[in-house]
Design a binder for this molecule. Structure first.
Ligand SMILES: [Zn+2]
Length: 313
C-alpha cells in the first residue's frame, strides 16, 4: 500500500504541492521565510486557494532587511499571519519594521495590515488599491472570516496610511527601493517593488508561474499585456519574486503569464471568429497549462472573462 501511494505521489506531481496543507507546522505561515538574495527574504505561500489549513497564506510575504530597518511587502491575509511574519523577522534581526507595502487591494495583501497598524508601522499602497479595499473591504473581510474561522480573530479593516500614484523611491540603509505602479495588470493598483541595484523585482500579481493566474471581471488582459511588454520587461530584472510561488526569473514568469494570456486570447479570438458562444468559450483547450496549480479552479472562469472582454474588441 505504501509503495502504491509513493507511486501515485510521483505520478501526480502537479497536484502534490497544491494539496500540501501546511509546510511549517507550529506557525500560521505556510512556509518558513527563505533568504532569496542577500537581505531579501520571502515566506512563500501555498499556490492554492486560501483555506483554514493554510490560514490564507497563499501569497508571498516578503521583507527587506535594509541595514537601517525592515520593509515588509504585504500585510498578508490575516492578523495572525502578519504577527507570525513579524516573529520570524525578530528572530533574524534587531532592526525594526519601518514600512509595510501592500501589493494590491486584495485580502491577502491588506487584511493583515490590522496587525501592523497596531504596531504603529506606516502602510503604503497604490491609491487605486486603497480605493478597492475601501469599497470591498467588508466583503473581503467576511470572505476571510468564513474560511479562517477562529484564525480570523484580531483581523479588522485597516487600509494603507499612505498612498502613491506612479512611483515612490525609498532610500533606506543599503537599499534603493522603487515602489512602482507600472500600469494596469491583474487588479486595481498592482504594485511592483523594484531593487535596481540587485536586479530583483517583487512583482506582485503582475507575474505568475507555478499556479494559473486569475482573471477577474475588471481585468483587461489587453492592457496587462501592454504593461508587461512596455514597462515590466523594461526593468530587465534578473530575479523575480512573484506574487505567488517560488522566486524565479523573467523567462519563467513570461512563459506562464504573458505567453498564457496570448495563448488564451488567441483561442478565444478563434472561437469568436467561428461564431462561438460564451457557453462553449469556457471549454476552449487550455491543456498546455493543465499542470499548473489552481488550473481546476480558474481555467474555465478565465476563458469566460476573456470572452466577455474580447467580444467587443
Ligand atoms: Zn495575489
Amino acid at each position: 500500500m505504501r509503495l502504491i501511494l509513493a507511486f501515485l505521489a510521483l505520478a501526480a506531481p502537479a497536484f502534490a504541492e497544491q494539496d500540501i496543507a501546511d509546510q511549517y507546522p507550529g506557525s500560521p505561515l505556510y512556509q518558513k521565510p527563505v533568504e532569496v538574495i542577500p537581505h531579501v527574504w520571502s515566506a512563500i505561500g501555498a499556490t492554492a486557494p486560501p483555506t483554514y489549513e493554510n490560514s490564507g497564506h497563499n501569497n508571498n510575504l516578503s521583507f527587506i532587511i535594509t541595514g537601517d530597518g525592515v520593509i515588509v511587502i504585504n500585510g498578508g491575509a490575516a492578523y495572525i499571519l502578519a504577527k507570525a511574519l513579524h516573529q520570524e523577522i525578530m528572530e533574524i534581526t534587531d532592526q525594526p519594521v519601518k514600512l509595510v507595502i501592500d501589493e494590491n487591494g486584495q485580502g491577502h495583501a491588506m487584511l493583515g495590515n490590522s496587525y501592523w497598524a497596531e504596531q504603529g508601522v506606516p502602510i503604503l499602497a497604490h491609491v487605486d488599491a486603497a480605493h478597492e479595499f475601501e469599497d470591498r473591504g467588508p466583503q473581503i473581510l467576511e470572505g476571510m472570516q468564513r474560511y479562517n474561522r477562529d484564525k480570523a480573530e484580531g483581523t479588522s479593516l485597516a487600509g494603507p496610511t499612505e498612498t502613491f500614484e506612479d512611483k515612490r523611491v525609498i532610500e533606506m540603509g543599503d537599499f534603493t527601493i522603487e515602489v512602482l505602479h507600472l500600469g494596469p495588470a491583474h487588479s486595481p493598483g498592482d504594485t511592483q517593488v523594484w531593487l535596481p541595484e540587485q536586479s530583483l523585482v517583487i512583482a506582485g500579481d503582475m507575474a505568475f508561474h507555478e499556479r494559473m493566474l486569475p482573471i477577474f471581471p475588471d481585468t483587461i488582459t489587453y492592457d496587462w499585456l501592454e504593461t508587461w511588454d512596455t514597462e515590466f520587461e523594461a526593468l530587465g530584472a534578473t530575479y523575480v519574486i512573484p506574487g505567488h510561488g517560488h522566486p524565479t526569473n523573467m523567462a519563467q514568469v513570461r512563459r506562464y503569464t504573458r505567453d498564457y494570456l496570448i495563448y488564451l486570447r488567441a483561442k478565444i479570438r478563434a472561437h469568436l471568429d467561428d461564431g462561438g458562444s460564451l457557453d462553449d468559450a469556457y471549454y476552449v483547450d487550455q491543456s498546455p497549462y493543465a499542470h499548473l496549480d489552481t488550473y481546476e479552479e480558474l481555467a474555465t472562469r478565465n476563458a469566460g472573462y476573456v470572452y466577455a472582454e474580447m467580444e467587443f474588441e
